[in-house]
Every structure is written in C-alpha cells, then in structure tokens.
Design a protein around this ligand. Sequence first.
Ligand code: URA
Length: 433
Amino acid sequence: MRMYDIIKKKRDGGELSTQEIDFFIRGVTDGSIPDYQISALLMAIYYRGMSVRETCDLTFAVRDSGDRLDFSAIRGVRVDKHSTGGVGDKTSLVVAPIVASYGVKVAKMSGRGLGHTGGTVDKLESIEGFRTTLSEEEFIGQVNRVGLAIVGQSAQFAPADKKLYALRDVTATVDSMPLIASSIMGKKLAADDDCIVLDVKTGSGSFMKSVEKSKELARLMVDIGRSAGKKMVALITNMDRPLGNAIGNSLEVIEAVRTLQGEGPEDLTEICTVLAGYMLSLADMGTPDEGKALAKKAIENGSALAKLKETVAAQGGDPMRIADPETFPKARFRCAVKSVSEGYLRSADAERYGLASLSLGAGRNTAEDGIDYSAGIVLKKKVGDYVHIGEEIATLFSDNEGAFAEAEKTLRDATEIGSTPPPEEPLVYGVVD
Ligand code: URA
C-alpha cells in the first residue's frame, strides 16, 4: 500500500477502505508517513468529506493508536461529559462535582486550551499544587474514593490524534466534520465510560459555525458512540457569545466556584444544570428534567461545592482556593474597557473575545508557551444589556501591561452596540438522543 495512492483516491472523491485508513493511522502513529503526506490527505478529507463508515473506521483507528483505559475496577456507573470547545466554557468544573455528589462516578480526561478556546486542564493548574497527571492506580483509586478525578491526557493516549491535531491546527483543516468527530470520539472511546453527554457548541466561538452543521456533527458522534456500545446524548448549545462572565484560567475557576455557591451567571448556571441533568439521567437517575432538579439541589445544599473541594484536595491543590476564591493570586494590572456609545449590546463575538483573552496571556501561541493564570477578561455587560457612554463593558487582567492596547481593540471590534435590542437566541438549540 502506498500513501500516494490513498491521497489520490481521496482527492478524486473516492471512499477509503478500512485497510487504507488503518494503514494511514499506523503510519501517523509510528512516524513512517511524513507530515507533508499526512497534511495532503487531511486537506483532501477536508474538501471531499468521508462517509459514515469511513468516519467510524477513522475513529476506531485513532482509539486503537495507543493505550486504552480499563475502568472496570471503578465501582458504579461511569459518566463523562465532553464539550467541543468554547470561550468561557468552564462547565466541566461545575457539572462534574454536581454529578459526583450523587455517587455517579466521573473519571475525567480533559484537554488544554486549543486556538481561541480554553481547556479544563489549564484552568485546574491555576490552583497551586493541583496535579493533572496521576498514575492509573491513583486515578482509579481517587474515582472510587471521591467519585471524581480530572486529569490531562498522557502521551500514550490516542497518540495519532495528537499528531493529526497539531497538523490540522497549522494547515487550516480543523473545522472538518469527519476530522472533528473522529478526534473527539477516538479519545472518548479510548477511555472506558458507560455514558457520554456531548456538549456540541455552535456559533462564532465554536469550530462549527452553523446550527445545522453542529446538529449533523452531534448526530454523527452519537451514532459512533452507540456503535461502540455507549449510552450517548448530545446537546447543541450557544457559543455565539462567551459563556458566563469570566474568560481566563483562574478567573473561570472563581466563576465556577461562585456558580456552585448558587451565585453564578444565569446562562452558565442554566447550561450546567441542563448538562448535569442529562448526565444523571443517563446514569438512570430519572428524566433529564428530574436530573436538572437534582443538579439545582446539589448547588443549593452545598454538596457539589464540597465535592469540588474534596477533589482539589485529593489532587494536591490548595482547597483554600475553593473555600475562598478571593485568595487566588491577582493579575498585576487591570484595564477597564468603557463604552463610547449608548445602546443595546447586540453581539459579543465569542471567537474574538477568546483571542483577546489569549493576547492578554491566558492561552498559548505555541505549544511551548507558558500561561499567565490570572490573565483574562471579566464581562460587565452581556448581550441584551443596555449600555451608557462611559459605562464599563469589561475588565481586562494581565501581568503584561503592554498587552492591553491590542486586547482592548480586539474586544471593541468584537462588540456591537446598537439602538435596538438583539434578537433572542436560545442557550440550547436542540438535543440529539
Ligand atoms: N476537540 C478535539 O479534541 N478535536 C477536535 O477536532 C475539535 C475539538
């Protein structure tokens, strides 16, 4: 078999066989296929797409490219939630402890920030001492003891995806349906959960910009998961605007804690209780609505917050940060962005808000870059609010004062203020089950 023939076949619109896809992923994993041929095939897939059968084959090949986790020693139902990536999306930090507080097991593998989107692992590492690398024994032991553990992915986990993702990131081939579905589901299936709730983001801040495409992606991922024997459901949720008010690592942990204290922003609280409701429902704890009511109860009675504190302590993090989030180190500098016009805040482009946060130091430009954990943005006005001249729209935080000018410009360009209120947009566009 030759890589040249596989590229040519896909370039001309052909359907790759299971053997050809396996050959490709084996070569990606062992380094025998050069980057230029991998990139050429990625671009051919981007333009020609893949059938459902090809996408399933690609997913299973990615899953099998490295170690598969064995969670059979975990006692109880194992439920995971995965977001396709967004701006201000700290839902995992809220829903995982809610669900675990009911005895449902959450053995979570999370990612780092990607492009303009943030990652749960970076957010957790803003808590001093928090270990996002645990041995398999420690991980499973903690899930059995506490009910929740959150770690990053090891190098042996779905290594083909690491390679493919890095190349997609620099060859403009990220937003391809079969490539996203196989990347996400390849990793999800290499873990050993019984049930998975997918949060498929739609809108400017997500990788799928239209609701129709997001629904199609959701359907595809649900079908792939089911074909591997998982209980699956996907929600299509709004990522046209940032979620909640905080963007940036420790700022988002603080907001997650406030949400678990019952003082979170309305949109974040709503999405988190809906997602947790579906997770509890897949774990046979009633209907999604009953699950949502349970989620609200776990916030009201403090059990979810206590579970987060217990998890942070178990993984070596300072529980004081959760008990009193005011103790998080503060950025050295702050800058208030004030409105120069009056009217309704009509839109806040999530992708560009994410880029502004990145430029303040909250994310990486290259894989080697460090992160300024206290950098980011706190929104003072949300879409739909009325804004007066001179009123603060947002506060920027950074240890690098020189970063404010560019971030402020990006933010202003990404914010539309007009004389009429914006049309209502739902938080949840639909459910694929
Ligand atoms: N998240 C992933 O893990 N992979 C993608 O392709 C997109 C989002």
